[in-house]
Structure formats: structure tokens, C-alpha cells
Design a protein around this ligand. Structure first.
Ligand code: AMP
Ligand code: MG
Length: 358
């Protein structure tokens, strides 16, 4: 049982730069002194701690209830901060930074030994680093003056937070503070890449920087993917795959079909029979077919032609299903172009691999 502590709120939404700096001076000092401070980025809210301080980093895992075998991403405000924590890296890495930083791209680099807490790297010889494109995050990182390790600021397994309120829901009483700057931008986590050999960028996790954007910026480079099989939404998946992440409490199924009307009929049938069994039901659908559904909660992901918007809405919608006690959820799948790749990756993980292809 964890001791409850007072969680301070720093509201910076709508503040001018000077006022913002003043508000974040305190939050930055708290981080530097070993406190846990949640903060907004352009992807989702992160839960930050001084990446060099093992005691502070250990508390991230305790607050989230997260197993400590997963490395944490380190956030920086300036390129100069890199040299003290990583070993010399390939030219391609600097070119990626030139193109995409600040922004939702995490680059896995060789870690310098003895600088970061071993809990940050989970014992690996590498560290994932990014510079967020977010005014409050950058100001906070500058005030803290240290590299900041930050996973998403949710309890382990739950959907990531895209509002300060979501952080409060999950972590109030477990962390020292929350910087509230309103809703985050992309709404999904950063793209994580590694550079396994010259001429190759390998995507370890799809995210805010799309495969297409990487290919466009680096036409001569091969954009590879980690072959985990888990991310493969083209193959039918059996229920109950081991890895569930970003998940709502209700049982979620993703329904995919070349014929979207067939998928919609399937969802309607499933919903009716669950309703007859007395279960609380939810449907997550694109605006194009929303009016054809009935359920206790029918939530829109916006137009299927504007997947950036769907990315922005996904986690809040999953949390809303939880808040309403929804037991069974069906979500329409989407194409995996552009941000659709990251969106489907998160939906499939939230569903624990339960996808149905018609
Ligand atoms: P989260 O903390 O939930 O944003 O997840 C961090 C993601 O970055 C996970 O998918 C990690 O596996 C990945 N990651 C972070 N650091 C590294 C690293 N050094 N090597 C490989 N993947 C990493
Ligand atoms: Mg996370």
C-alpha cells in the first residue's frame, strides 16, 4: 500500500511565456529535487523524474504499478544535453534530430555508462531519447536542468492520458505534481526508432511521426519494422493474446473489413446479442456510420478520412467507456496509412489482440 501524498497542480493553460516560466520554475525545481511531476507533451502526458536519480525513477514504477523490465524514454530540451548521456552516434541520428526534433520521434542511441539510472535503460546498453515539441514541456525541462525519464502518466495497462484530468484520475496522491496545459496534440505516443545498420531506420513502435514522413525525409534509407507479429493486423487474431496495453476495463474487439457495411452489420449483431444477455455495451465508430449504431455508449472517432483526429480522440474515448462501466466494446478498425498505423497498433493492443477481420 503506497502512502498518499499531496499532488500539486500547476495550471499553465493559456498563460503567456513569462507567466509560464514563473509557474514552471517550481515544478522544475521539484523535478530536480527528485519529485515526480506529470507534464503535457505533444503526444500524451508523461510522468517525469530526474533520469539520473534511481530513487526518483524507481518511484515512477511504483506510482504506475508498472513492471520495471521496460526501458523509459528520456526527454531533453537541448541537443547539448545529449553528449553527456550517449556515446558517439551515427550521422543518420543527427539528421533525424535535425528533421524531427523537437517532435514525436524517440531515437534509440548508445548510452554512456554510469550517467543515467540503470532503471531507465532497463539494463540495456541503449537509451531512447526525444525532444518534445511542446512549449510547457520544453520550459519545464529547461527549468529542471536534468534529463527527464518519462513514460505515459497512467496507471499501468490503462489508456494513456491526453488531459491533466486523466492523470489526476490515475495518479492523484501518488505523485508530487501535475502541470496542466490542457489537451495534448497528437494523442498517441512518439514513434520509437533504432538505427541497426547504415542506411536503415527501424521502427520499434509506430507513433506521431509516420512511416511516410520518415520515408519522405530520407528517400535513400530503408524504413524497416520490428517483426513482432503482434503488430500485424492483417492476420486474424485469437482472443486473449498475452500482451494488453492501453486497455479499457471492458472487453474490446476491433472489427475490420474491406466492406465497411459488413463490419457495421457484424457490430450491430454482436451488440444486440450482448444487450440481450444484459451486458452494458459500447461502440467506437467513425462518423460515417455512427448514426446506424445503438449501444449504451456510441462514441465517435471523427471522420475515417481524418485519422489525426481519431488519434487525438482514442484514449479519452476508451476512458469514457470505463467511466460508464461498459463491459463489451466494439471498435471499427481503419486503414494503416499515415497516423493510421499507430492508431491501429494502439487499438489492437488495447484489445489484447482481439481483432476480427470480415
Ligand atoms: P512508454 O514508456 O509507455 O512510452 O514506452 C516506451 C517505449 O519505448 C517502449 O515501447 C520501449 O520498449 C521503447 N524504448 C524505450 N527505450 C528503449 C531502448 N533503449 N531500446 C528499445 N526500446 C526502447
Ligand atoms: Mg505508456
Amino acid at each position: 500500500m503506497q502512502l498518499m501524498i499531496k499532488t500539486q497542480q500547476w495550471l499553465v493553460d493559456g498563460k503567456e511565456d513569462a507567466q509560464l516560466a514563473e509557474a514552471l520554475e517550481q515544478a522544475g525545481a521539484a523535478l530536480a529535487a527528485g519529485a515526480l511531476v506529470a507534464f503535457p507533451t505533444e503526444t500524451v502526458y508523461g510522468l517525469g523524474a530526474d533520469a539520473r536519480n534511481s530513487q526518483a525513477v524507481e518511484r515512477i514504477f511504483a506510482a504506475k504499478g508498472r513492471p520495471s523490465d521496460n526501458p523509459l524514454i528520456v526527454h531533453i530540451a537541448d541537443r547539448e544535453q545529449l553528449d553527456e548521456m550517449v556515446l558517439p552516434y551515427p550521422q543518420l541520428a543527427s539528421e533525424l534530430m535535425d528533421h524531427f526534433w523537437p517532435g514525436p520521434l524517440t531515437i534509440v542511441l548508445p548510452a554512456r555508462e554510469g550517467v543515467l539510472s540503470p532503471l531507465v535503460t532497463a539494463g540495456l546498453a541503449t537509451v531512447g531519447v526525444r525532444m518534445p515539441r511542446h512549449r510547457a514541456a520544453l520550459a519545464l525541462l529547461r527549468e529542471a536542468g536534468c534529463p527527464v525519464a518519462a513514460p505515459s502518466a497512467n496507471r499501468s495497462g490503462r489508456p494513456s492520458p491526453t488531459l491533466a484530468w486523466h492523470v489526476q484520475e490515475d495518479l492523484e496522491g501518488r505523485i508530487e505534481g501535475i502541470v496542466d496545459d490542457g489537451p495534448t496534440g497528437v494523442g498517441l505516443e512518439s514513434t520509437v526508432v533504432e538505427l541497426p545498420e547504415p542506411g536503415v531506420i527501424r521502427i520499434l513502435r509506430p507513433g506521431g511521426v509516420t512511416r511516410e514522413a520518415l520515408a519522405h525525409a530520407f528517400p535513400g534509407i530503408f524504413i524497416d519494422s520490428e517483426a513482432t507479429g503482434e503488430e500485424d493486423v492483417s492476420a486474424p487474431r485469437s482472443p486473449g493474446m498475452k500482451y494488453t496495453h492501453y486497455a479499457p476495463q471492458g472487453e474490446l474487439h476491433i472489427v475490420l473489413g474491406d466492406d465497411s457495411e459488413a463490419a457495421a452489420s457484424y457490430i450491430r449483431e454482436q451488440q444486440s446479442s450482448a444487450r440481450r444477455r444484459g451486458e452494458t455495451t459500447g461502440i467506437l465508430a467513425f462518423a460515417e456510420r455512427l448514426a446506424g449504431y445503438e449501444a449504451d455508449q456510441v462514441l465517435s472517432l471523427g471522420s475515417e478520412h481524418e485519422l489525426e483526429n481519431a488519434a487525438h480522440l482514442l484514449y479519452a474515448a476508451l476512458r469514457r467507456m470505463d467511466a460508464c462501466g461498459v463491459q463489451r466494446i466494439w471498435a471499427e478498425g481503419c486503414v494503416t496509412d499515415g497516423i493510421g498505423e499507430a492508431l491501429m497498433n494502439r487499438m489492437v493492443k488495447a484489445a489484447g489482440g482481439r481483432t476480427i477481420r470480415l
